[in-house]
Design a protein around this ligand. Structure first.
Ligand code: AMP
Length: 172
């Protein structure tokens, strides 16, 4: 896990003052660290019969795609409004200032499938909380777990995950 943690770069005051941004690009560019990240996740879910991995825009796509491939599962994407071309379901959620929304294609999942949600960082949990609602409200699937590469423990994002089990590789 040190290999992974050492490959995450802190960028102070990005994208605005006071935010310590966890930059995962050094992790992605390190063949060893990226492989280790996907290997740890793959081992965790290998026997969980995951049918679909749902990646949350945008960095969730990167880890989600590699993990889905390794698990032999499908991949679907949860995106900001206006990005998905087919019929969508939408969930609005509140931010510190104002509102945002996420969407998913209406045929992204089939009833009865076992589903895993993934994003790069669990911060306040607003985004993943909305993603969980989006899935629960529109699909009769089994939400096996939500997964993150990084969890910022001090923001208590877990409180927004509606009791769905969660797993994070590294914690700060
Ligand atoms: P939140 O909804 O607050 O849990 O934020 C989650 C989303 O914002 C994730 O998709 C992250 O990519 C991004 N994010 C939030 N805080 C950070 C941070 N400190 N460093 C990197 N990404 C972050």
């Amino acid at each position: 896990m040190d290999l992974i943690k050492n490959a995450i770069r802190d960028i102070p005051d990005f994208p605005k003052p006071g935010i310590l941004f966890k930059d995962i690009t050094p992790l992605l560019s390190s063949a060893e660290a990226f492989k280790e990240t996907i290997n740890v996740l793959t081992s965790r879910y290998a026997d969980k019969k995951i049918d679909m991995v749902l990646g949350v825009e945008a960095r969730g796509f990167i880890f989600g795609a590699a993990l889905a491939h390794a698990l032999g599962a499908g991949l679907a994407v949860i995106r900001k409004p206006g990005k998905l071309p087919y019929k969508t379901y939408e969930k609005k959620y509140t931010l510190e200032y104002g509102e945002d929304a996420i969407q998913i294609h209406q045929d992204a999942c089939q009833a009865g499938q076992r589903v895993l949600l993934i994003d790069d960082v669990l911060a306040t949990g607003g985004t993943m909380g909305a993603a969980i609602s989006l899935v629960k409200e529109n699909f009769e699937v089994e939400l096996v777990e939500v997964s993150f590469v990084i969890e910022l423990d001090f923001l208590n994002g877990k409180d927004q995950l509606q009791g769905v089990p969660s797993y994070s590789l590294v914690h700060y």
